[in-house]
Design a protein around this ligand. Structure first.
Ligand SMILES: [Zn+2]
Length: 443
């Protein structure tokens, strides 16, 4: 029988509208995130998915109420827009001030400069996941840090995610400024800055939403289709990751009335933007026997930017990569397939328990990243239904083949070198503290 797995533009636009216009911002631990979860649960129930429920969990949340940055040659009088990185410490009430120091790209040699009593400007990747970098900063006596996301060389600020594990015991107030502001600021050097941040960390609740289609022949073999419904601070996350939630809901609709041989479990995770907290806690909540039942994962995160090119990140074996390539080629679906291990989306906690996965994403062209990522520009203006429906339809073929094959078309395992890398990243990027009690935020 020929496949008739067509995505519905009307439904895509409807889901997008509800998530981004009616609900809007979905910052972790807020009403918006909960409303999105309730909407997804309602859709799963309407489709008749089995065992539909929410899995609530507690996590250390963070928010800020004030962030004021001023700079100047002698006296800091010129205001620059800034936003604290997630889990940034507060400053004392009167703020902190000091001479600026150019920490360049934030490499080891950059951070070897004397920083005591100064405010640093760091353009590039602030690698707080690296304990050496974190310790260097904590011990330096630096007063505050202005961190500039060099992937996004624009006039606007971004909301930078961090996870509790990286920020544990890190007490340096750290804020982001726009790339172009950093250029103007560094051109003025030497200069001084004054920074005031009011922020706090507190226990909060989030939730994963789970529903499934039980397999008719191999109900004990489970394929996980996932996305995340939270977004970063200050935008509606139309691409990151309402696009993935729409993908998940459309995939659920396309398969809801079929009887696949294997079980398909749909999971929308909470708190992805702090390094997949929901996905990690989900994987941890499974018994060893339940973990062994998961044979494959399809994760969608940021798949609908208008000017972009589709990519599939394959974490598993060469056989899985070839299988994916055959399906995309047969559809003439232009795609970059890359074998990779990356901890920066919700497929990774499955890799960490030995499950092969594919990650659908769509980087924008020309910026080496996602130009609207984590900024106010991640809105409905800048995403398109065309690439999204294409990715849904190609994945429907993939899912159909995996769910209904007599034998799984690729091994249910990771190649040894992939497994090694997954274990290494799991140790360095994930781990404690996941509970508010063990999180040393500001003591
Ligand atoms: Zn995301």
């Amino acid at each position: 029988m020929a496949l008739h797995l067509k995505a519905s533009r009307a439904r895509i636009n409807r889901h997008w509208h509800v998530l981004c216009s009616e609900i809007g911002e979905r910052y972790a631990g807020t009403r918006g995130e909960q409303d999105a979860a309730d909407y997804i649960e309602g859709q799963m129930r309407r489709l008749g998915l089995a065992g539909t429920h929410q899995q609530p969990f507690e996590f250390p949340n963070w928010s800020y109420s004030q962030c004021a940055l001023r700079v100047g040659k002698r006296r800091p009088t010129r205001r620059i827009e800034a936003r604290p990185n997630a889990y940034s410490s507060a400053t004392p009430d009167r703020g902190v001030s000091g001479p600026l120091i150019n920490l360049q790209g934030g490499h080891k040699w950059d951070l070897a400069q004397p920083m005591k009593g100064k405010i640093g400007v760091l353009v590039g990747s602030l690698l707080l996941g690296d304990p050496d970098v974190r310790n260097q900063l904590v011990r330096s006596g630096i007063k505050a840090l202005l961190a500039v996301d060099a992937r996004i060389p624009f006039e606007w600020i971004t909301s930078n995610g961090n996870c509790p594990a990286w920020m544990n015991g890190y007490h340096v107030p750290t804020v982001g400024i726009a790339y172009m502001d950093a250029i103007r600021l560094l051109k003025q050097m030497p200069a001084r800055a004054h920074l005031k941040v009011k922020a706090r960390s507190f226990p909060a609740m989030s939730q994963n939403v789970i529903g499934e289609i039980p397999g008719s022949r191999h109900p004990d073999q489970v394929i996980v289709v996932s996305a995340h419904h939270d977004a970063v601070w200050g935008n509606v996350g139309a691409d990151d990751n309402a696009s993935g939630v729409v993908f998940l809901l459309e995939m659920a609709r396309l398969f809801a009335r079929r009887r696949p041989k294997r079980t398909i479990r749909f999971i929308s995770y909470g708190v992805e933007e702090r390094l997949s907290v929901g996905a990690y806690l989900y994987a941890q909540s499974l018994t060893p026997a339940e973990r062994r039942r998961i044979v494959f994962g399809i994760n969608a995160d940021s798949i609908a930017t208008t000017i972009g090119s589709d990519m599939v990140g394959v974490t598993g074996t060469p056989q899985l990569a070839r299988f994916v390539e055959r399906i995309w080629n047969a559809r003439r679906h232009a795609v970059h397939i890359e074998r990779m291990v990356t901890p920066y989306s919700d497929h990774f906690p499955l890799n960490a328990i030995g499950v092969p996965t594919v990650w659908m994403t769509r980087p924008s062209i020309g910026t080496g990243s996602y130009w609207q990522l984590h900024s106010v520009h991640d809105n409905l203006e800048n995403v398109s239904a065309a690439p999204l429906s294409r990715t849904i339809e190609t994945n429907a073929i993939l899912l159909d083949q995996v769910a209904n094959a007599t034998r799984l078309p690729f091994p249910r395992r990771l190649s040894p070198e992939v497994a090694r890398e997954a274990r290494r990243l799991h140790k360095s990027e994930y781990g404690h503290p996941w509970s508010p009690d063990s999180f040393d935020y500001d003591r």
